[in-house]
Design a protein around this ligand. Sequence first.
Ligand code: TYD
Length: 215
Amino acid sequence: MTFQGLFISFEGIDGAGKSTHIDALAQAFRSQGRAVTLTREPGGTPLAEKLRVLVLNDAMDAMTEALLVFAARRDHLQQLIEPALARGDVVLCDRFTDATFAYQGGGRGFDLKILSFLEQTVQFIRGPEADLIRSPDLTLWFDLAAETAAQRLAGARSPDKFEAEPVEFFRRVSEGYRQRMAACPGRFARIEADQTREAVWLDVLQAVQAKGWLA
Ligand code: TYD
């Protein structure tokens, strides 16, 4: 049986609690016979993982940050995501371009027009039949108040550069996600993340079932 590739991204501010659900969704797809590629951004390839270490730890201006995450994304698309989709895999990606609009655009205030230009350029894929701008088929946005996320993160582990940002930064990041969803409502499912883990999982499952991708 051959499947059409599926690209699902997971988004939200740090502390929103997306990670466990990515693994659970991978299991759900595998139990229905689908091959799953689990990956993340920045990262997913040896080169992109090196860039991740820089982005998460080194001080730099917003443009440098944006260029590095898009450089990582280009390598990730070419080396991992496109081949996986061509095989018919379900690609589950922990963050993608919406994170750049939310963190570098919303959080850091970097120019959204430049981010859009980079998105159109970096994600341009020449297809056998038609060219396209690769973006997720579905984005699960785990929406949690910045204050609640900060409480969840407090004392959890040693914070990286972003996790160390103040709560106002994450309010702007949330607003960045909200704007991305408003611009593209059909691609997004907003998951109310301030619920028990079980309730969040049911919402995740429902969002994917609503697309007809899981029984
Ligand atoms: P995250 O996905 O939260 O991983 P972990 O669970 O290991 O902390 O960390 C990635 C961080 O990178 C997160 O704080 C958001 C940030 N980020 C950007 O600023 N821009 C981007 O384009 C991406 C993909 C991530």
